[in-house]
Design a protein around this ligand. Structure first.
Ligand code: ASP
Ligand code: MG
Length: 406
């Protein structure tokens, strides 16, 4: 008998028909004698429509009330699924974060998990229930309701897996695994049978939407295998684990990703002296704004230089305001920003040993007339900021060169 955690995304619980299918799938495992905990997201589109509602009511809804509103989506799903399982004659119980003391920090709309009390869940399992748990939500020390950030239900599932030492965490979605590139963009994407945590983390952080990056981080820390698979059939999907079979060193690149989800800000004519970058980025950090790529030009005039950085598009407005303040404080020349950028990334553990590949990536972009604005390289990831309009062309060109031709 195993302890299995299954997470179903919004499309899998979109309506009554789909919820009934999930109930049947869950019971297949339960009937084999396993303990099953199911984590669900809000029905497809629900979270988006709740956000729209909030912004119809106010241009600046408070984050506390946003969390209170958004968590209702997941509660629709847990109760629905529990009802569907009971209707099939089996025991189920839906539980929300409050009921199991799923503790998070108090950063509304982007809280991180602190501690999970597993007593109630274990008790309900031992009574023979399928436990249906609300993804995405948490509770602070002061009993305030929080959310873990968009797509956070994956993180809920993996965190439960870690807390309960589950044998497997299955993430069910509308795609049947991790692909070498977005199948809507490239003609011949390949499905990966396995992928390492490190590569999956880079893929997720660089725009592949299949798994939430924080879920992968937790899985890596606790050594939990994630099976990413489709809720529409029984095929094996992609296993995320310590070492992916396809990430052997002779394979240079295992995936090409892209995101239009960032904006770029440039502070120009910044005095070139110690402590300036520290000021800029600590002020952004204080506002809980994460920067992605940072570029500082070496000083043009020996006295001044430019600092550019990218942030999530959701944070752009606030980051521009903060940058305006910084301009005054630092006596900089100006602030400019651009929302029409995209980031493309080539990812693979093989990049560590194939020194020539980085140059080949730039070559391929150049051959296709694509201008590179910013570059960031890590051991296993080469990312470039380009114009948003070039993004699909860039993904196709890199995929063809590094994956289809290999
Ligand atoms: N319902 C939330 C969202 O749409 C959480 C999730 O789906 O994982 O972001
Ligand atoms: Mg989702």
């Amino acid at each position: 008998m195993a302890l299995i955690i299954q997470k179903y995304g919004g499309t899998s619980v979109a309506d009554a028909v789909r919820v009934k299918e999930v109930a049947k799938r869950v019971l297949k495992y339960k009937n084999e004698g396993h303990d099953v905990i199911v984590v669900v997201s809000a029905p497809a589109g629900t979270t988006d429509s709740l956000i729209r509602r909030a912004y119809e009511l106010s241009e600046t809804p408070s984050k506390r009330e946003l969390d209170m509103l958004l968590t209702s989506g997941e509660q629709i799903s847990i109760a629905s699924l529990a009802i569907a399982i009971e209707d099939l004659g089996k025991k189920a119980v839906s539980l929300n974060a409050f009921q199991v003391d799923f503790k998070t920090t108090d950063e509304h709309t982007k809280a991180t998990i602190l501690d999970i009390n597993t007593d109630i869940i274990r008790e309900k399992l031992s009574e023979g229930n399928v436990v249906v748990f609300a993804g995405f939500q948490g509770i602070t020390e002061n009993n305030e309701i929080t959310t873990l950030g968009r797509g956070g239900s994956d993180t809920t599932a993996v965190a439960l897996g870690a807390a309960l030492k589950a044998d497997e965490v299955e993430i069910y979605t509308d795609v049947d695994g991790v692909y070498t590139a977005d199948p809507r963009v490239v003609k011949n994407p390949k499905k990966l049978n396995t992928i390492s945590y490190q590569e999956m983390l880079e893929m997720a952080a660089s725009g592949a939407k299949v798994l939430h990056p924080r879920a992968v981080e937790i899985a890596a820390r606790y050594g939990i295998k994630i099976h990413l698979r489709s809720s529409f059939d029984d095929s094996t999907g992609t296993i995320v684990k310590e070492k992916g079979d396809e990430s052997m060193e002779q394979v240079k690149i295992i995936g090409i990703t892209s995101t239009k989800n960032e904006g770029k800000i440039t502070l120009s004519g910044v005095p070139d002296k110690p402590g300036i970058a520290a000021k800029v980025f600590s002020k952004l950090a204080k506002a809980k704004i994460n920067t992605d790529i940072i570029l500082q030009s070496s000083s043009v005039t020996k006295e001044f230089n430019n600092i550019s950085y990218t942030v999530s598009i959701d944070d752009l407005k606030e980051a521009v305001e903060i940058s305006q303040e910084l301009k005054e404080e630092l006596g900089a020349e100006g602030v400019s920003y651009d929302a029409n950028i995209a980031k493309i990334s080539a990812i693979g553990i093989g990049l560590k040993t194939h020194y020539e590949t980085t140059a080949e990536i730039f070559d391929t972009l150049a051959e296709n007339g694509i201008n590179i604005d910013m570059i960031s390289c890590s051991e296993i990831n080469v990312s470039c900021i380009i114009k948003e309009e070039d993004v699909n062309k860039a993904v196709r060109a890199l995929h063809e060169k590094f994956i289809e031709e290999n």
